[in-house]
Write a protein that binds this ligand. Structure first.
Ligand code: 3PG
Length: 212
């Protein structure tokens, strides 16, 4: 579990993926790997999620997580498909406990002091900060790090090339996530070369952001 978190932190960027068709999983995975961003959070917002996770995880050259996991059944499906970590938009005790039973890393959403305390009570120290932009952004995370030293955040929602440096400059921010790296339109158009370019650009920006 700590290895998964270290890999996630090393990439500093998590592409949030919504795939309508699992047939796009293979070319998308190849595009992200080619962009030097071998990470994906495949969301359970579509029926293709579990199959897409399986295809990507079977490659063995990327870190594949499941996003928008709302139920313990979805945790089971995601883990069965090969997901290495689970992300939830909010904090669900049932989801967290099922992940702990499976021994997989879980990043539940938490944006208030109360939600962070609830995550701590469940034995977690890293949370998704979602939706970051409308929950106070980087300033809110910076304020929360005062009482919650040791808690790490993965802000997602409203994070993009223009503002990711604001988040990555905060030492408690482990990585940032976002959907801008895998636009649905580019996937639909089959323009995976453009996804590779955007991913590579994101990796370069994240490096600069981390140094800022
Ligand atoms: C998520 O699930 O993390 C968000 O939908 C991604 O937010 P974004 O589309 O603003 O990047």
């Amino acid at each position: 579990m700590s290895d998964t978190l270290s890999t996630l932190c090393a990439s500093r960027l998590v592409p949030v993926v919504v795939l309508d068709d699992a047939a796009d999983a293979q070319p998308l995975a190849a595009a992200l790997v080619a962009g030097n961003l071998p990470v994906a959070e495949v969301t359970f917002r579509t029926a293709a999620a579990a199959d897409a996770i399986r295809v990507m995880a079977d490659r063995g050259d990327m870190l594949v997580g499941a996003g928008t996991v709302l139920t313990s059944q979805q945790v089971d499906q995601a883990v069965d498909a090969g997901a290495s970590y689970i992300v939830s938009p909010g904090l669900s005790r049932a989801v967290v406990e099922r992940c702990q039973e499976h021994g997989v890393l879980v990043l539940p959403g938490a944006v208030t002091a109360t939600e962070i305390q609830a995550a701590l009570e469940l034995g977690l120290t890293t949370v998704k900060f979602f939706p970051a932009g409308t929950s106070g952004g980087a300033a809110a995370i910076a304020a929360l790090t005062e009482p919650f030293a040791g808690v790490r955040f993965v802000p997602t929602g409203g994070v993009g090339p223009k503002n990711l440096h604001e988040y990555l400059a905060i030492p408690a921010v482990a990585a940032v996530g976002g959907s801008w790296m895998v636009s649905k339109d580019l996937v639909r158009a089959g323009d995976f070369a453009q996804i590779t370019r955007i991913a590579a650009e994101g990796v370069a920006l994240a490096r600069q952001g981390a140094l800022a």
